[in-house]
Design a protein around this ligand. Sequence first.
Ligand code: ACO
Length: 330
Amino acid sequence: MAEADRHVGILGTGSYLPEKVLTNADLERMVDTTDEWITTRTGIKERHIAADDETVGDMGAAAARQALANAGIGPESIDLIIVATITPDSYFPSTACQVQHKLGIKNVPSFDLSAACSGFVYGFSVAEQFIKGGSAKHVLVVAAEKLSAITDWSDRSTCVLFGDGAGAAVLGPVESGGILGTHLGADGSGGDLLYCRATASRSNGPHGGSPTPSNTLQMQGNVLFKHAVRLMTDAALTVIKPLGLTAADIKLIIPHQANSRILNAVAKRLGIDPQTQLYLNLEKRGNMSAASTAIALAEAVEEGRMKRGDIILLDAFGGGLTWGAMAIQW
Ligand code: ACO
């Protein structure tokens, strides 16, 4: 079969959430906020927080084990591991190498991918290229985040938003359907709107360096809000229009879970019904960056929200700025 004719689809999905739940009531005791403010401005009621000794690699491996089991393939069949994360346990080794080791997989290429909240969609697109090109048959794409580790827990404008968790999927060849179209983008000029400095980047040089920068997440939320609505809408349209699809053809949009107001505004612009066509889990999960889309996909599968032949749309936006949308026929 010619490379371009190979269909690449999702063979199995999985997710993992840490045990501890942090509610809005808990946050009311930590910073000057209210459940009412958080709920009406974001849609978030609670989020999961990893234990101190629980690593991003641990969470990623747990989600990956479930994805492998659901795909019905053993770890020995994986040819490539991609882990999307902005909260790796270490600069190196990569979290992907840790996940590989935890799963008992030997020698396959494994690397991390940094595209913030768009990381899972970026990861799917990279996996698709490897499979279509013939250098991999089964690719494990994991998105794992411990945002609690980079959150300033005294900053009410960010600490109410984020949570921890991991999602995973096994991608491989399928008879028909699978990934129909993808659009990825980035605009580095918006980098200062949402960032977390690397602690080693500006300090500790041979001449003394500069003071260690803050290593917590910094965000200009209201500016990002407008970019998120515009870029997620544009990304979705850029994918579906050339495929000859309209909003009515999309069974379910599974977006990055940034904020329910952003997602409802995107739904409105696309002309989709938020009640039936928009998948939201942020009420109980918060924003988990790349892991948000991955966990939302796994949970939608588990809930039986799509059946064979249905078209779903992943749609993500995040720090970078980055964005990505992907239409997949189930
Ligand atoms: N509790 C109570 N009041 C608060 C809180 C809080 N937790 N946080 C902020 N406020 C106050 C502010 O101080 C401000 O008060 P002021 O008017 O007296 O100055 C007021 O509420 C309004 O603040 P805004 O920041 O304008 O509130 P907004 O309605 O924009 O909501 C939010 C903030 C939820 C962050 C929203 O802007 C948002 O969701 N932005 C997009 C975030 C996003 O998409 N990020 C990208 C993806 S995440 C990633 O890549 C990791």
